[in-house]
Ligand binder design. Structure first.
Ligand code: GAP
Length: 452
């Protein structure tokens, strides 16, 4: 399906229909731009995180993992510049009482005339822009008045910087080395929206790569390529990805250079992940504010503050891109099918096991024992509900790459059919080899033809 024909509504509807993502607290009328993940959403999101952590740690020798607290000492956020500088300019409209990002009025809609942008009609009465800090505040301790004000972290990165010394000493690392972390972040976004694209509570996957200062440019270019390669390796069409370098006036307060990997979402080209050259900003700031020197001292006494290259992606936004890129509609045997052509290692369920006739005890027994065998290693689903065609369609919609069907011939010669989600080709293999066949299928490079 071509990118311009796919709407976000189709993705939202499939995600809901098949139990990937629900609007949060729906029975109370929901909460703006907050979502809950259902069974398949959890499985797929966990796969995105697992593939990222694998690429960062298991497949390399130079990066270690970390899981830092969400609520840090508030001085961390003073040092990082977030208390003073993590703000968006906002304007209020005195007429429609809505609030807009002052730097993005062109993509906002006037509350009274949705075909116009705020400020375009004479009725609009906008205030002067004010700076609005995006950090959520809360309080430590039971007494609100006397308790310490703390923040829910707006990025996972700072938890990494404040652990730099621990990792340097205890993991015995020498630059270049990295620290990778996945976890929730919170931002009081003025204009959340577009489903999972921009929410106030989301997960990030960030890696801070500490390098000798004179190697920073080289590693910056390296990580842009690495991260692009990760998305295409897991099935995103190269033509739906591009790199956009930030202009000087767009750069965050900490950044010397930033490039966004953009994806062609149904809302147009938008940021999927940012790769930043943060220079020595963070380690220097934390050294000054904490009084603890955060630097590298080599065996010969050479000392320097490493520079940092940071690939920072969003888990939810990446999952949205995987879903969008995988979504397809086609007509097969005069019936329309919706299929998610997800990479098998991202797909929530790897295979379905289907007895052709659910009332046939022998078929059910063979199917159950194949299912028990496969589930020891893989997430597989046993499904005997309804006509076989409907069961295939259900699996297609959640992106299950393979289906094993147990039929009459199985009872005669111990073979099953394997159906390929993308080509719809079916072949017979011996039931005893099904587990090895699956192990192999999930390891093979995967290349499904996608349009566009
Ligand atoms: N530490 C750098 C940093 O946080 P960022 O560009 O603000 O950089 C990194 O965030 C990534 O986190 C984004 O590319 C996006 O994928 C994700 N992200 C940021 N804000 C988000 C939001 N409100 N909702 C969903 N994902 C978000």
């Amino acid at each position: 399906m071509t990118a311009d024909a796919l709407t976000m509504d189709k993705i939202v509807s499939l995600a809901r229909r098949r139990g990937f993502v629900f609007p949060s607290s729906e029975i109370y009328g929901g909460l703006g731009s907050a979502y809950d993940y259902g069974h398949y959403g959890v499985l797929a999101k966990n796969n995105v995180k697992a593939r990222w952590l694998e690429a960062m740690t298991q497949e390399r020798d130079d990066i270690v993992a970390l899981d830092s607290a969400i609520i840090l000492n508030p001085r961390v956020w003073e040092a990082s510049g977030h208390v003073a500088g993590f703000t968006d300019p906002l304007v209020d409209c005195r007429t429609c009482k809505l609030r807009f990002r002052a730097d993005d009025l062109a993509s906002a809609q006037c509350g009274r005339k949705p075909s116009k942008h705020p400020g375009e009609t004479e009725e609009c009465d906008l205030t002067e822009p004010r700076r609005f800090n995006l950090m959520f505040e809360t309080h430590l301790g039971p007494m609100h008045e006397t308790a310490d004000k703390v923040y829910l972290r707006p990025e996972t990165a700072q938890g990494i910087f404040v652990n730099f010394k621990n990792v340097l000493q205890l993991a015995r690392r020498t630059p270049p080395f990295g620290i990778a972390q996945i976890g929730k972040s919170f931002r009081n976004e003025i204009t959340p929206g577009n489903f999972l694209f921009r929410t106030r509570e989301f997960e990030q996957m960030e890696m801070e790569y500490f390098v000798p200062p004179d190697e920073a440019d080289r590693w910056y270019a390296y990580w842009i390529e690495e991260r692009l390669g990760w998305y295409t390796r897991y099935g995103i069409r190269p033509g739906h990805l591009r790199v956009r370098e930030h202009d000087a006036d767009e750069l965050s307060h900490y950044s010397k250079a930033t490039s966004d990997i953009e994806y062609l979402f149904p809302i147009g080209w938008s940021e999927l992940e940012g790769i930043a050259n943060r220079g020595d900003f963070d380690l220097t700031q934390h050294s000054e504010h904490s009084g603890t020197k955060l630097e590298y001292v080599g065996p010969d006494g050479e000392r320097y503050t490493p520079h940092v290259i940071e690939p920072a992606g969003g888990v939810d936004r990446a999952l949205l891109a995987f879903l969008v890129d995988a979504y397809d509609e086609e007509v097969v045997a005069e019936r329309e099918r919706v299929v998610l052509r997800l990479h098998p290692r991202i797909a929530p369920v790897k295979a379905a096991v289907l007895p052709l006739i659910a009332k046939d005890e022998q078929m059910v027994s063979r199917a159950r024992s194949l299912y028990e065998d496969l589930r020891r290693r893989h997430v597989v689903e046993y499904d005997d509900g309804g006509a076989i065609g409907r069961r295939y369609r259900r699996q297609d919609e959640i992106g299950t790459p393979f289906a094993f069907t147990i039929d009459e011939q199985t009872l005669e010669d111990d073979t099953v059919t394997v159906r390929d989600r993308d080509s719809l080709a079916q072949k017979r293999i011996s039931i005893d080899s099904a587990r090895a066949w699956m192990d192999d299928a999930l390891e093979r490079p995967w290349n499904t033809p996608k349009a566009g």
